[in-house]
Ligand binder design. Structure first.
Ligand code: AMP
Ligand code: MG
Length: 406
């Protein structure tokens, strides 16, 4: 398929190559420093040490049902005496041979029992004896000892991102606190003469700064500590002074000013005070990306159009940060779905703001990189590879927003 070339699209860097380079940089400069946090404060953080089970879980076989525990082989079809009642949280005595025990879900199986018949399959006679109406077998309705894990086993690897499920699992193991990686400190810097903070009046030619809030909230939910470096106007002195003031951060994340336009003061400041690489990425939205360093601190400069900021943060800056935190799996997962739209081929990989409805991806009507509403409407991104045309009904990759935002 012939791709439609756009001016300035020669020699673009494929997304995979850019990702690989950024992740290699991140792996080479892992964050040093951990802290011990109680489970309730560890949501979203990255586990710094493997979580190991200290006991078998469950420590004893227990009942999966409300019913009767017995030794399978002892049941000959005659009504059986109930010799004890076992509730969850109570320790049973050994089972008297030839009898069964009334048992409730989660209660330990008495020694000598090997199965549980659920109460729905039992009939209690006038004399209190029970008869079972369905066949029994060894292990029926029994949760065996250590079905969850064995003592000493690694249950979560170092580098695991902690969420409700992982924290619940830690609690299951009886662990009250975890060793997590410290939060990376990220300075967020918005560049542009036109930018005004929400709440202030707009002058001629001015627009509100959306990227600052977008990145701030996103970084905070990505286990980062945000240092808000505000808005800087397109001015070399101010750019230098601001960069100079950003001490002790792990990353300087900027938006805007990366197109090789005349107001390229960020680039100039980096060239003088550090290093600068301008990557022209084969993605849309989001072609220009600055990757550099200022007095030893890594600088990633995202393009300023809000949808470009979103896509480059989601696909590049965020995985970079997570990798520095020691996360292994940092790339968003996508799944195959059918296109409910048609799209022409281009020579950049496109990320269309889309929704999946009734098994088909629909795209927002306006895919301009200046339209952030497209992403608010969407619940994911459809990935259209370079040079590929999409016809309705084609299989496309859909990356849910939840994969990017978590
Ligand atoms: P630039 O990369 O500075 O050339 O900016 C590209 C486009 O994104 C321009 O239309 C800018 O006005 C816009 N833009 C840059 N930064 C922001 C921001 N923080 N919030 C909203 N729009 C922005
Ligand atoms: Mg600008």
């Amino acid at each position: 398929m012939k791709a439609v070339a756009e001016p300035g699209d020669r020699g673009l860097m494929p997304l995979a190559a850019a990702t690989e380079r950024l992740l290699a940089m991140a792996s080479a400069t892992p964050l040093v420093g951990t802290e011990v946090l109680p489970l309730e404060a560890a949501d979203g953080r990255v586990l710094a040490e493997p979580l190991r089970a200290t006991t078998d879980l469950p420590p004893w076989p227990n009942s999966a049902m409300d019913g009767y525990a017995l030794a399978c082989a002892a049941w000959a079809g005659e009504p059986m005496e109930v010799s004890q009642r076992i509730f969850a949280g109570h320790a049973p005595g050994p089972l008297q041979p030839g009898t069964c025990a009334r048992i409730f879900t989660g209660a330990p199986l008495p020694e000598g029992a090997d199965c549980v018949q659920m109460q729905e399959n039992a009939e209690v006679g006038a004399d209190g004896r029970v008869r079972f109406t369905e066949p029994l077998r060894v292990g029926l309705n029994v949760r065996p000892r250590a079905q969850e894990c064995r003592a000493g086993e690694t249950v979560l690897d170092a580098g695991t991102r902690l969420g409700p499920i992982e924290l619940g699992l830690a609690a299951t193991l009886g662990v009250p606190s975890l060793v997590v990686r410290r939060k990376p400190r990220v300075a967020v810097l918005s560049t542009g003469d036109e930018l005004v903070a929400p709440g202030l009046p707009l002058g001629p030619g001015q627009i509100y700064n959306s990227n600052r809030q977008l990145l701030r909230s996103w970084l905070e939910r990505s286990a980062c500590e945000v240092l808000d470096a505000g808005i800087i106007s397109d001015d070399l002195q101010l750019t230098r002074r601001t960069l100079d003031s950003l001490q002790d951060v792990d990353l300087i994340l900027t938006t805007g000013g990366v197109s090789v336009g005349e107001a390229d003061y960020l680039g100039q400041a980096l060239r003088e005070g550090g290093t600068l690489a301008l990557w022209k990425l084969a993605i849309k939205p989001g072609k220009p990306l600055t990757v550099g360093e200022y007095q030893g601190t890594v600088v990633i400069g995202l393009p300023g159009n809000p949808a470009s900021t979103l896509v480059t943060f989601a696909l590049l800056a965020r995985p970079y940060l997570l990798r520095r935190m020691g996360c292994d799996r940092v790339q968003p997962k996508g799944f195959a779905t059918l296109a409910g739209f048609a799209w022409p081929p281009g020579n950049r990989r496109e990320f269309l703001r889309a929704r999946v409805e009734a098994g088909r991806a629909e795209i927002y009507s306006n895919q301009s990189s200046g339209v952030l509403r497209s992403a608010a409407w969407a619940d994911g991104l459809v990935e259209v590879p370079e040079g590929q045309a999409i016809a309705e009904g084609d299989t496309v990759r859909f990356i849910p927003m939840s994969e990017l935002l978590a």
